[in-house]
Ligand binder design. Sequence first.
Ligand SMILES: [Zn+2]
Length: 447
Amino acid sequence: MSEESILNEIESNREEYINFLQRLVQINTYNPPGNEMNLAVEIEKYLKEAGIESEIFPFGDNRANLIATLNDNFDGHNLLYNGHMDTVPPSSLDDWKHDPLSGFIKRNKIMYGRGTTDMKSGLAAMIVTLKILKKLNIKLTGNLILNAVPDEETGGKMGTKWFVENKLNSIKCDFVIVGEATGYNPLPKAIILGEKGIVQIKIITNGIACHSSIAFQGKNAIYMMSEIIENLDKLEIPDVDPPMLEKALLKLLSSAFPNEETFKRIYNEQPQLQSIVKSLLQSTKSMNMIKGGVKENVVPDHCEAIIDFRLLPGQNSEMVINALKKLINDLGYKINNSPKGKPGEIFVYLDIFLQSEPSYWRNWEESQKLKDFSNIVEKIYKKKPINFLFPATSDAQYYRNSNYCEKTILFGPGNAATAHAINENVEIEDFINAIKVYSLFAFNFLK
Ligand SMILES: [Zn+2]
């Protein structure tokens, strides 16, 4: 079996793979609520026809995890592919040129629909890879494992985290690919080696209401919030060095350009790209929502605000929460365990509603497997990919941070800029290329 025969197999079945992706896009997995079970059943059916058994783990209301493996032997090198089944909702339907559940294909070139980029194309390409390796009956010494997960768009605790904690204990893995879209036009494809973390906290200040003609009798919850806001820069979140310094990040980016000069010229014209680089060098915080007061002559007893923290690898959400608690205590306020207090009680309540840890593959520069992967991407996409970091967050954290497998990368079809956007789409050629990359890498990794 040669690489050529794998590529020929893919070329001669393009239409079938495209149809399969279209079917996945047509199944509604908007999260919330998710309904990933409907997609899991479709995947199970497709793999069964290819002679591959999958196992579905149902939970909640029509939700599910799915695991499938190429064979029953886990003694050799194991490779794990991860793709999430849920998508974000479409937001305003009127703004879509084509129904987000249609999978409409324009001129055989572009498929439109929610999830085409994020990330049913990546997931479909991984499923198809299993089928190709099975069909060609390639003798492999290792195993390819697929985790098709729910819940990624709402934190991943019931999806990838659940898999790592409950189903992967006995399966050792040597390399993980999460198939998120890693196209960043005008750059070539990226291979993502680390991500920032997120903590979002709703702060509720609870004061005492009264008529504002006797304002001194009450406790103004808006003033309490404003005290917290004014002191946010005193938060003692431990500083860490970014995983890569600016010079190193720019070097990675410039590797995609013919020479340093061309890179500098393009980089200077791209404020968006400059902001991404800057964001990878620091943690940030931003208070993004605030609400308080009920009437022009009433001292408010309730104010709430949402603050968003982005963390560097080396920091974690516990550090942020502890620093915020300390700040509030230092201002003289007690922190309540419930948003409802006793009558006349003055307190602050913290609702930590999103927590996603940063993660980073520390020794990626030493990995031969990563170099092999990069070479395959270059061969298929005819352009050298860049190694880079990601300012947002992904399920990769659960593999890296649990020590299950730090060697986890993000790589997938689609342009990250169209993820979560109106008229989300994927280029068909990008999807086919991803199938080629996943298949050739698995073939080389496991043979
Ligand atoms: Zn995604």
